[in-house]
Design a protein around this ligand. Structure first.
Ligand SMILES: [Mg+2]
Length: 266
């Protein structure tokens, strides 16, 4: 390994129900529940997926829900227990913390600002939202993908993680250990791409945890170590020992993370 390379541990978080104890899109649906909504729209909103969310967000204004109502509601979101201890318990100089979320930028911005965590998070990858001049909340897909059947069309988290690691390598930062913390179905793709030096932290009792249990029952195993967790402090305890070997001359796996074909092959 090139001596000028800086070695760090990368901790990648999902956001909804992992970083915060809320689903930020469900929070928006809560805002509409006391409004009278035409039946045809209710049927559309009860369908799954990206389109539902896009339509719902853009119509909030029609139901009399103002940008301030949205901001006030989002500001009630709480961190998952132990997450603050985890963020501040990791050696700052040797750690890079990112969020990879199929939520949306407004909710993440509100939480990070309220909790004073903007400087702790190096980068946020999510669907961008903005208010237009009329106060409509517009959500844009993070990207449009057709290469990963494990992921939704608007976001393949494994691909985001792979690109990020590659871009940091070009800036002379390598990650001997990568930790991925998540709870949902869409956290499976990044989890299966991690290698034997890495750690996957599925929140106990949630979808990712259940998927990994079934995966193992079928005789499959992730290359990465799997550590179910209930509190952020469980994650801190498992991660801290990895800093002791951070600057030893271990050979890192090549490729450092499985490429996008991995999700097609599994
Ligand atoms: Mg989640």
């Amino acid at each position: 390994m090139d001596a000028k390379m800086k070695r760090k541990i990368l901790v990648a978080f999902d956001f909804d129900k992992t970083f915060v104890d809320a689903d930020s899109s469900e929070m928006i649906i809560q805002l509409t529940q006391f409004k009278s909504i035409p039946g045809i729209l209710k049927r559309l909103l009860s369908s799954e997926g990206w389109e539902k969310r896009r339509v719902l967000f853009s119509l909030l204004h029609v139901f009399g829900i103002t940008p301030n109502d949205i901001l006030n509601h989002l500001s009630t979101i709480q961190l998952v227990p132990g997450i603050r201890d985890l963020l501040y318990g990791l050696p700052r100089e040797d750690t890079e913390i990112i969020i990879v979320s199929d939520g949306y930028s407004l909710a993440i911005d509100v939480v990070l600002k309220k909790e004073g965590l903007q400087d702790v998070i190096s980068k946020v990858f999510t669907n961008h939202t903005e208010f237009d001049k009329e106060g409509h909340l517009i959500i844009h897909p993070y990207h449009q993908q057709n290469w990963c059947y494990l992921s939704k069309r608007n976001m393949c988290k494994g691909d985001i993680l792979t690109s990020y690691i590659k871009s940091r390598e070009e800036q002379n930062v390598v990650f001997p250990t990568i930790a991925y913390v998540g709870d949902g179905n869409n956290d499976f793709c990044p989890s299966i791409r991690l290698r034997e030096r890495d750690l996957v932290f599925p929140r106990r009792g949630y979808s990712l945890y259940n998927i990994l249990v079934r995966y193992e029952q079928k005789g499959f195993h992730l290359d990465a170590e799997v550590h179910p967790w209930d509190s952020g402090t469980d994650i801190l305890e498992k991660l801290l020992p990895h800093y002791q070997t951070l600057n030893s001359n271990q050979v890192l796996p090549v490729p450092r993370i499985e490429n996008s074909d991995a999700s097609k092959d599994n």
